[in-house]
Design a binder for this molecule. Structure first.
Ligand code: 13P
Length: 251
C-alpha cells in the first residue's frame, strides 16, 4: 500500500522568519495527522528554522536542489550531506524551472539523484512535458525520456525511496490543472514504464505525485485516481489554510 505524500515546493518564497511562522501554523493545523506524509520544501536558508518549527510534528522537511559533489570549491552550491545535516530528509530534483532556467538536463538530474541516494536523502524527481510538446503529441515521449534518463543506472533497491512527480509544465502556476483523467493517464504510463525499467513490484511500490495548480478544490479528485499517490504543490503550499486543506482533502 503506497502512503500518500503531499509536498509543498515553496520555490523562492519566504525568508527564515516567515518560514518559521508558516511551519508553526501548519504544525497546529496538521502536525499530528499521520494519514498522509507531509513534506515542506523551503529555500535552503530557511531549512534550519523550518526544522526547528516542525520538531515534534509529523511534518518532514526537504530542499529544492542539491549539488552532486560532497564538498569542495564549488561557490554557491549546497551538498546533500549539508542538507541532511540541517535535519531535512527530502530533496526535490530536476524541477522544470531548473530545467528551464538553470540548464538542468536528464544527465545532471541523474548525478544529483545518485548523490541524494548516496547520502540517504529521499528524492522527489520531477518530470513533465511543456505546452508545445503536449500540443505536438509528444507527451509520452518526453515523459519517457525524462524518467529513463533521470533514473539511469538506479537499482530496484535505490528506487525504494524515490518519489516521482509528474508536473506538466503548462499546468504550473497557470491555474490550468491537468484533468484528473489526463494526469492519471500519464501516471499509469510512468508506472508501466517503471515495470519495464525495474520490475512490477518496484512499479507498484513507487509513489507518483501530480503537480501543477493543485488546490484544495481539485485535490480529492486528483488523489483519488488509482496511480496518483499525492501532490507536489507550489502556490497553494505558501499558506497554512490552503496547504492544510489540501492535506485534509487527500483521498
Ligand atoms: P503550482 O502549484 O504553483 O502550479 O506549482 C506547481 C509546482 O511547480 C510544484 O513543484
Amino acid at each position: 500500500m503506497r502512503k500518500k505524500i503531499i509536498a509543498g515546493n515553496w520555490k523562492m518564497y519566504k525568508n527564515p522568519a516567515e518560514a518559521l511562522a508558516l511551519v508553526a501554523g501548519l504544525k497546529k493545523e496538521i502536525g499530528a495527522q499521520s494519514a498522509v506524509e507531509v513534506v515542506v520544501c523551503p529555500p535552503f536558508v530557511d531549512l534550519a528554522a523550518a526544522v526547528q518549527a516542525a520538531a515534534g510534528s509529523t511534518i518532514a522537511l526537504g530542499a529544492q536542489n542539491l549539488f552532486w559533489e560532497t564538498e569542495g570549491a564549488f561557490t554557491g552550491e549546497i551538498s546533500g550531506a549539508m542538507i541532511k545535516a540541517s535535519g531535512a530528509t527530502y530533496v526535490i530534483i530536476g524541477h522544470s524551472e531548473r530545467r528551464q532556467y538553470f540548464g538542468e538536463t536528464n544527465a545532471t538530474v541523474n548525478k544529483r539523484l545518485k548523490a541524494a541516494l548516496a547520502c540517504g536523502l529521499n528524492p522527489i524527481v520531477c518530470v513533465g512535458e511543456n505546452l508545445a510538446e503536449r500540443e505536438a503529441g509528444k507527451t509520452f515521449d518526453v515523459v519517457k525520456d525524462h524518467v529513463t534518463g533521470s533514473l539511469a543506472g538506479l537499482t530496484k533497491e535505490d528506487m525504494k525511496t524515490v518519489v516521482i512527480a509528474y508536473e506538466p509544465v503548462w499546468a504550473i502556476g497557470t491555474g490550468k490543472t491537468a484533468t484528473s483523467a489526463q494526469a492519471q493517464e500519464v501516471h499509469k504510463f510512468i508506472r508501466d514504464l517503471l515495470a519495464k525499467l525495474f520490475d512490477q513490484a518496484t512499479a507498484e511500490a513507487t509513489r507518483l505525485q501530480y503537480g501543477g495548480s493543485v488546490k484544495p478544490e481539485n485535490t480529492a479528485e486528483l488523489t483519488a485516481q488509482p496511480d496518483i499517490d499525492g501532490a507536489l504543490v507550489g502556490g497553494a503550499s505558501l499558506k497554512v489554510d490552503s496547504f492544510s486543506a489540501i492535506i485534509r482533502n487527500t483521498k
